[in-house]
Design a protein around this ligand. Structure first.
Ligand code: SAH
Length: 272
C-alpha cells in the first residue's frame, strides 16, 4: 500500500508558534475506515510520526503504515472503560510535543467535523506548540460515495447539512431550521437518538415518507446500507442497536441509490 508515493510535499503548512524543543503535533484526518481513503499528506505524516495517538474509529491497518519504532497511545474506549477525557487528551498532546516528539493525532474522518479537532488546535495554540491540521474524508462524504447516494443532486437537493445527534440535547433550537432547508440532512451519532430525531423532524413539518438511509460501518468490509422512511426510523434504529459507527442520510437524494442500482442491473445497449 502506497509504496510508490514519492510526490514532493509543498511548503509545510505547520502553524508555527514560538515552540521550543522541536516537538510538533499533526491532527490527521484518516477518513472513514478504509485506509485507502487516506490522503497522501496523511500517509506521509503517519510514516514520519514518532508517536501515534488514536482512538476507536481508526482502522488498525492504518497503524501498520507507521515506522516499526513508532510509539502508539490508545485514548479510546476499552471494554467498558470510558474514553480518556478530552482535557486529558489535550494535555497528553501538549506534553508529548514539549518532550520534543513528532506527534500524530489520528482522527476518524475529518478532524474538524464532530472530531473535537478544534478543541485540540485551541489547546496547542495556547501552549505555543507548532501544529498542522490535515483534512480527511468525513463519514458523510465517504458513506455517500459507497452507498451511491449523491448528497446534492440537480433539482433534488441544493444543500446538505451535517448534524450531530446531540442536536437533541444541545441548546440549538434547530429542528425547524433543519426542516426548512428542505434539503439533505446527514446525522452523525444519531442512531441512539432516532426516536427524538424522528419526532422532532416530523413535528416541524418533514414528511414521514421522507427517504432515509442508515449506513453502518461505512467504507469497511462490514458496511451495511438500510433504506427506509422517516416513519420507520425509530423501529429500524432499535433493530440496529449497538451497531457502530452508523450514519443517517435523510432526503429525496436517498432514492437516487435505487435508481442507479436499477440501471446498473439492466443491460443497456448503446448505439453510437
Ligand atoms: N470526525 C468524524 C466524525 C466523528 S463522530 C468524521 O469526520 O467522520 C463519530 C460519528 O461519525 C459516528 O457516530 C458515526 O455517526 C459517524 N461515522 C464515523 N465513521 C463512520 C463510518 N465508517 N460509517 C458510518 N458512520 C461513521
Amino acid at each position: 500500500l502506497f509504496k510508490k508515493v514519492s510526490l514532493d510535499a509543498r511548503a509545510p503548512t505547520t502553524h508555527q508558534t514560538n515552540g521550543k524543543g522541536g516537538g510538533t503535533v499533526k491532527l490527521v484526518g484518516c477518513g472513514p475506515s478504509d485506509p485507502e481513503l487516506l490522503t497522501i499528506k496523511a500517509f506521509k505524516a503517519i510514516q514520519d510520526a514518532q508517536v501515534l495517538v488514536y482512538d476507536r474509529l481508526i482502522n488498525q491497518d492504518i497503524l501498520t503504515l507507521a515506522s516499526p519504532h513508532v510509539e502508539t497511545i490508545y485514548v479510546g474506549k476499552r471494554c467498558g472503560h470510558p474514553s480518556m477525557k478530552q482535557e486529558a487528551i489535550n494535555a497528553l498532546l501538549v506534553r508529548l510535543a514539549k518532550e520534543g516528539k513528532q506527534v500524530v493525532r489520528l482522527k476518524g474522518g475529518d478532524p474538524f467535523i464532530f472530531g473535537r479537532g478544534g478543541e485540540e488546535a485551541l489547546e496547542l495554540a495556547k501552549y505555543q506548540i507548532p501544529f498542522e491540521v490535515i483534512p480527511g474524508i468525513t463519514a458523510a462524504i465517504g458513506c455517500a460515495a459507497s452507498s451511491l447516494i449523491p448528497l446534492t443532486h440537480r433539482e433534488v437537493s441544493r444543500s446538505v447539512t451535517l448534524v450531530t445527534g446531540n442536536v437533541v440535547t444541545g441548546a440549538l433550537p434547530a429542528w425547524s431550521g433543519l426542516v426548512n432547508s428542505g434539503q439533505t440532512l446527514v446525522f452523525y451519532m444519531g442512531l441512539e437518538k432516532a426516536n427524538e430525531i424522528q419526532q422532532g423532524l416530523i413535528k416541524n413539518g418533514l414528511k414521514g415518507e421522507t427517504p432515509v438511509a442508515i449506513v453502518t460501518n461505512g467504507c469497511s468490509d462490514d458496511e451495511n446500507i438500510h433504506t427506509l422512511t422517516l416513519n420507520q426510523l425509530n423501529d429500524a434504529a432499535k433493530k440496529l442497536k449497538g451497531i457502530s459507527p452508523a450514519l443517517m442520510i435523510l432526503g429525496e437524494v436517498v432514492n437516487i441509490r435505487a435508481s442507479i442500482s436499477a440501471l446498473i442491473s439492466q443491460s443497456v445497449e448503446f448505439s453510437v
